[in-house]
Write a protein that binds this ligand. Structure first.
Ligand SMILES: [Zn+2]
Length: 481
């Protein structure tokens, strides 16, 4: 008889070891169920603070309905499950310990049925029920996740040191191949139990393989393939499960796909990056809703996050960030900023702006990684107040002194109508008036995407024959509201 690992290490690790209800296996866990839930809830708050939620109730409701049905019939129905669509163009989905599950607009616009959605949500539910992240996470990691909650300075300093990214990365743990295979198996169990057609899961795997080459931006959540390493033969394994169903004489055609319902729900969603959230052209950042433009140093790494837009010196010597400021005027906003703890040597300085009231100061601050020096300017552009904050390690500020002035001087109102009226491309679902090939569809209903992308988002191969009445996705230029 084999002695289990759990028995051998139990005493030493003082860890709980119990049979996992989903996997039926004994599992060593350093984390209690209460801690697991608390960890996930804290992580979910961080996700909500750093990434926007999709403002589309019908799509949120659909994802919640499909997810909840499977979660409630899983082995852990009592967990505080939640399903949230993030307004993010990256193709991804991830689960936090104890129930919070997030899925992106980017992956949804690549899906074609509720059954495909169920296959992804079922897989993520599997990561939760099998406690994959809870069994990996230590309390030390949990403590590090709290970084963002600290004071303004340490949050800035953390970003400066690249720690903010690390914090976010922790939320999206990489799973091992065994965990992925197990989550696939559990996802399959949940989706078939809910009568979803498991053939749709195979389509999902194929789509994920094809979209895995997408580039990732700094400060953005990683894409599916980096959080879910490909277990290689997952499509084959999915096919093998289908054969088992065939052997059991299950008529797959009686199972649910809800293709039309799904496509009607996502008709009109934005596709790809939403330029209304601000965008870069070269090193200049534009925020059309605020009519703001501001130019960062050439060659610096830039990141556009919901609360802040930042640029980092290539070697990490300094960071410049711009964010909205609160207060009646720049002087009050500066006073509020410096009332945070940890500042020293605060000295008012003169930094020229393109116009409007402003106030500037230099300072030193104690951060986790030591003393940082900085300069900040509160300024007004077209009635909106902003803070430009430049920080550098001690002794490096000299090198970036000119940088702060340059960035501040570049902040001005943008008047270009092409920028002010820019819209994200949109999904448009077309019902075909007659039969045609996908290539004919592409020429009659042009998209702002190349043909191979249109094939991927529709789950079609080149040369595919489309029938009269079929629903097919087109991606059109966004129109003004
Ligand atoms: Zn996974």
């Amino acid at each position: 008889m084999r002695r289990s690992l759990c028995t051998a290490t139990l005493a030493a690790a003082l860890a709980a070891c119990a049979v996992n209800p989903a996997t039926g296996k004994r599992q060593l866990s350093l984390v209690s169920k209460d801690d697991e839930v608390a960890m996930g809830q804290e992580g979910a708050q961080q996700v909500a603070a750093s990434m926007p939620v999709l403002q589309n109730q019908p799509v949120q409701d659909m994802v919640k309905r499909v997810g909840m049905e499977m979660a409630k019939s899983s082995e852990r129905p009592e967990l505080p499950w939640s399903f949230t669509v993030l307004d993010d163009p990256v193709v991804n989905a991830f689960a936090l310990p104890g129930g919070p599950i997030f899925i992106t607009r980017g992956i949804i616009t690549n899906m074609n049925s509720e059954a495909e959605l169920a296959s992804v949500l079922g897989h993520e539910i599997g990561h939760v029920t099998a406690r994959h992240s809870a069994s990996q996470m230590s309390k030390q990691q949990l403590a590090q996740m709290g970084l963002g909650a600290a004071s303004v300075v340490s949050a800035t300093a953390a970003q400066y040191a690249g720690l903010a990214q690390q914090g976010l990365g922790l939320l999206m743990l990489k799973y091992g191949r065994d965990d992925e295979t197990q989550a696939d198996g559990l996802g399959y169990r949940y989706m078939t139990k809910a009568s979803w057609d498991p053939r749709e899961a195979v389509k999902m795997f194929q789509m994920l393989m094809k979209t895995s080459g997408g580039s990732e931006k700094e400060g953005q959540p990683p894409a599916w393939m980096s959080t879910h390493p490909d277990p290689g033969d997952r499509a084959q394994r999915a096919e093998a499960r289908l054969k088992e169903l065939n052997a059991k004489n299950v008529n797959l055609d009686t199972l649910r796909r809800n293709r039309e319902q799904f496509l009607r729900a996502i008709d009109g969603l934005s596709y790809g990056e939403n330029p209304r959230d601000g965008f870069f052209r070269g090193s200049t950042f534009y925020q059309p809703d605020l009519a703001l433009q501001i130019t960062f140093p050439d060659g610096w790494q830039t990141a556009n996050q919901p609360q802040v837009v930042a640029a980092r010196e290539p070697e990490g010597k300094a960071l410049v960030q711009v964010q909205a400021a609160k207060g009646a005027n720049p002087t009050e906003a500066a006073r509020a900023f410096f009332s945070n703890q940890g500042f020293s040597n605060v000295t008012q300085i003169q930094v020229p702006t393109a116009g409007g009231p402003s106030v500037s100061a230099s300072f030193a601050a104690q951060a986790q990684q030591g003393v940082v020096e900085g300069e900040t300017t509160f300024l007004t552009v077209k009635g909106h107040m902003f803070q430009v904050l430049t920080v550098a390690g001690q002794g490096n500020l000299q090198a970036v002194d000119g940088i702060h002035r340059k960035v501040v001087a570049s902040a001005k109102e943008t008047t270009d109508p092409a920028i002010l009226n820019i819209r994200a491309p949109q999904l448009k679902v077309v019902q075909l008036p007659k039969a045609m090939t996908v290539e004919q569809f592409y020429s009659q209903y042009p998209s702002v995407l190349p043909l191979d992308q249109v094939l991927i988002i529709n789950g079609l191969e080149a040369g595919a024959q489309l029938k009269q009445g079929d629903l097919v996705k087109q991606v059109v230029a966004g129109t003004a509201r």
